[in-house]
Write a protein that binds this ligand. Sequence first.
Ligand SMILES: [Zn+2]
Ligand SMILES: [Zn+2]
Length: 346
Amino acid sequence: MPAHPSNPSRPRTRHDFEIAVICALPLEADAVAAVFERQWDSRTYGKATGDTNTYSTGAIGHHNVVLVHLPNMGKVAAATAAAFLRTSYERIKLALLVGICGGVPFGNSSNGEILLGDVVISDGIIQYDLGRRFPHAFVRRNHVRDNLPRPGPLARTFLAMLQAQEARAWLQEQTLKNANALRQKPSYTAIQPNPADDRLFKAKYRHKHHEPSDCLTCGSGATDVCEAALKLSCEELGCDERESVFRARATTTSITPTIHFGLVASGDSVMKSGEDRDLVASQEDVIAFEMEGAGVWDTFVDCLIIKSVCDYADSHKSKKWQTHAATTAAAATKAILEKWNTGKCL
Ligand SMILES: [Zn+2]
Ligand SMILES: [Zn+2]
């Protein structure tokens, strides 16, 4: 357990900040802003010439933190923002990409089931491009896991410490505690989902108009799904409960996030096919899908992705778990920062 740290003093200039948190969606940034214990007026720190980023500054635990709000999702926005961040905040040592992601429901060989609301921490990333469909879906930098773009030396040492059994248990406990505290805040709203809404469908079972007579596109028998169906919920489309998959952990009525460490797939488009997800996951050993990691990684090698699972990277997308997942990711980030001391565990 860390000694109880004192609050940091207000930084004199922007060069006194060593931690950056990057969020792609407003709901992710709102959750992170809510774990700030102190706020600094970011206008007083200015920016480098030409920097178009929007920043919030404050303190989380014993660290001063700059929060970067991306204008939109995706690798390009993330890469641009990371490059500007580097020019304005030159002394950032650790960049955290925080928010929500699509999870691989059965994890990989070293992770058990992954449920909605669980937290994924990257120990490396792979890039994929679904613009060209699988089996040519990947732009793989390397084929050997050890040669993949791994976190830099500081983040790697830190990760190893976090993954030790005792630290992991502490992290899990602290994440739950922080998330509960966040929900008590009158200024912050997080919708608590119903555990019964954590539904995983078979990978082949698609989210579409199920009656062939309802829709020409969905009923054609091909893999196409109409745009209208993508905007409707599983309930509205009548996705069949009997096509869902049983998972042991989902039978409990409480939502307690588990922390998973593993490779994260970072792509140019949203993964929304259960079959593609499973193929990529089995070949690459990834446990989650998201879209900004590859962009940030190019500028900050000491980068960790801390994202909580809001869907299963398949076609049955729902917004029901988004604020819960964003809250959990922010809560985990606060816990992780308690342990960070320029790469050493406190
Ligand atoms: Zn349709
Ligand atoms: Zn559905």
